[in-house]
Design a protein around this ligand. Structure first.
Ligand SMILES: N[C@@H](CCC(=O)N[C@@H](CS)C(=O)NCC(=O)O)C(=O)O
Length: 218
């Protein structure tokens, strides 16, 4: 008899850095409960620090185990459900590129683009994420060489990178609209799981009008 899936609670807010994890959960096709966290209006109880020490989203609780930090959450969930085929196995030579791009999205791309968006001047050699130009050059080379972040196949690294790239290119308008980026974001947005995640987040945002109010004040 197959073992039952442990209960998954997803600590989330729409239109945030948690969007890629919602997309991944939909790609995995697993059941999960959403616990809304009011990060946009900064209405987050201090008790939530027991889940996420910085009171940020996303976080997941799987059974009794809590996982925070997007890259860790994505690695954890994609490995937990190998039948979805979104994470090359430990002995698969494609795992190196997959992990590299998955971690790159959070440790290099996100902080570097956020620094640029907020006008932070930094000396690239003093920061682990280096220069904005190198980030753009690297991603353009990768996404020109193959259709997905880590090669010819869609992986869990794409839920992170494509949602980050889409947001920073189309909403923040910081990342240049290079043909390789536009094609990648369009290609991944065609996926049914992406569309489902978008619809579910739009519905959740309607239930919390303070989200759009906070975003419109930015
Ligand atoms: N290092 C965290 C960052 C997550 C993050 O920045 N979350 C934002 C959402 S856009 C947040 O919750 N911000 C609310 C706040 O800082 O008050 C991760 O990778 O999971």
């Amino acid at each position: 008899m197959p073992t039952a899936q442990p209960a998954i609670t997803f600590f989330h807010s729409p239109y945030s850095r948690a969007a890629g994890v919602r997309w991944l959960l939909e790609e995995l096709g697993v059941s999960y409960a959403v616990e809304f966290v009011g990060v946009h209006a900064q209405q987050v109880d201090d008790d939530y620090r027991a889940i996420q020490p910085h009171k940020k989203v996303p976080a997941v609780r799987v059974g009794d185990t809590v996982v925070t930090e997007r890259a860790a959450i994505v690695i954890y969930l994609a490995d937990m459900f190998p039948e979805a085929g979104l994470a090359p196995a430990l002995d698969d030579p494609r795992r190196a590129a997959y992990l590299t791009m998955l971690v790159y999205g959070d440790s290099v791309f996100d902080p570097c683009v956020a620094a640029r968006a907020h006008g932070v001047q930094h000396k690239p050699s003093d920061y682990s994420f280096g220069s904005f130009e190198d980030v753009i050059r690297n991603l353009d080379a990768k996404l020109t060489a193959h259709p997905y972040a880590a090669g010819p196949r869609f992986t869990a690294a794409d839920t992170q990178l494509a949602s980050g790239l889409g947001f920073t290119m189309n909403v923040l308008q910081v990342v240049p609209r290079l043909p390789s980026f536009l094609a990648y974001v369009e290609r991944t947005a065609e996926r049914p799981a992406f569309k489902r995640a978008q619809e579910l987040d739009a519905k959740l945002a309607q239930e919390h009008p303070e989200i759009m109010e906070a975003l419109s004040r930015r």
